[in-house]
Design a protein around this ligand. Structure first.
Ligand code: TYC
Length: 101
């Protein structure tokens, strides 16, 4: 007689690990010209004119607006680059990042 072989009773589901995403958030201020904010959104985040305008107006009216989500590195680099563009013109324009839950 051949030995009885017990089958495993648990299944291991393998899930693909995705990297957590980080939001880049545009904050409103009272000084940066609207048109400059739109230019920065187009240049750094590759938004088109109408997307940029909508994001800028949402931040202007509500205080902040999520622009897009990226991996942490990309989000932080873009936020820094965009903030630097404002700084280079003497504007207090500010972009921050936040982990997406
Ligand atoms: N509030 C600015 C103004 O009235 C325009 C502005 C919009 C600045 C959005 C920053 O994230 C911002 N000139």
């Amino acid at each position: 007689m051949s030995p009885t072989i017990a089958k495993p009773r648990t299944k291991t589901a393998t899930k693909t690990q995705r990297p957590p995403l980080w939001k880049v958030i545009l904050l409103n201020d009272d000084f940066t010209p609207r048109e400059f904010v739109v230019q920065v959104l187009k240049a750094v985040f590759r938004l088109n004119e109408s997307q940029s305008y909508r994001v800028m107006m949402t931040a202007h009216q509500k205080g902040a607006c999520v622009i897009a989500v990226y991996t942490r590195d990309v989000a932080e680099t873009k936020a820094k680059e965009a903030t630097e563009l404002g700084k280079s013109k003497g504007y207090p324009l500010y972009f921050t990042t936040e982990k997406e839950e």
